[in-house]
Design a protein. Sequence first.
Length: 271
Amino acid sequence: MRILIATGGAAHSDVAVRLGACVVRATHSQATLLTVIKHETERQQANAILLRAAVLMAPALTGAQKRVRVGRPAEEIVREATEVCYDLIVIGERPLHRLVRRLLGPTADYVIARMPCPVMIARNKTGPLRRFLVCEGGRDPSLLNRLTARLTPLLALAKELTVLHVMSQIATSPTAPGWLLTANAETLIARHTTEGEWLENDLEALQRLSACLQPKVRHGLVVPEILAEAKSGDYDLVVIGAHQGRGWDRFLLDDLAHQIVLQADRPVLVV
């Protein structure tokens, strides 16, 4: 894989650098460190940021390329990822008040809205990635299809991989049988429901990648249930799919992926 790790030299960028190092080392990937400056006069400062990042990542990134771009960080990260065709972007997230983040659109939010490839938001945990929570929403194409197309080496790191589907009672048909409101994954698969078929297809796609693989269903509101499962299961990485929108589209639609990224207390991979 080709991995782009963005850093601005701040503490939240250090989290991204360390997490990126773990991924690069474990997957034997090619890495590029990127920092963005506003003016050419800041080139010396940029070199210092990249040198510090390389020290943080050593020895995982002794051969990493270093890139400096001039402009707005969010826009230049997207341009770099588009021009070079990376498989994964790793970025940190500056701690801000939740409402401010939604209104101003920080770097992470901008990159996710226009992402040319999967984006990993580094947060808190920076150790090895061993326990993955893949949140399947049944979209077409499948989240797993998009994920395995570019990130199979990353998925192969999982010692435990849980595929989660949240069944929201709000979206359930009034004529649905009562058992459907409390059914677990095994029941849905056995009865060949739509949700069960999604889970079964995902399990088949992931069998060769993880020795410990399990389907799971939670009932309730999507965002709270995903966040609750991520915390209770102490997963190292939460994997979600996202619609790509721009500007006020994301704010008005209250995008589920956007809310998960805002509220999760651990790394999130947006595919």
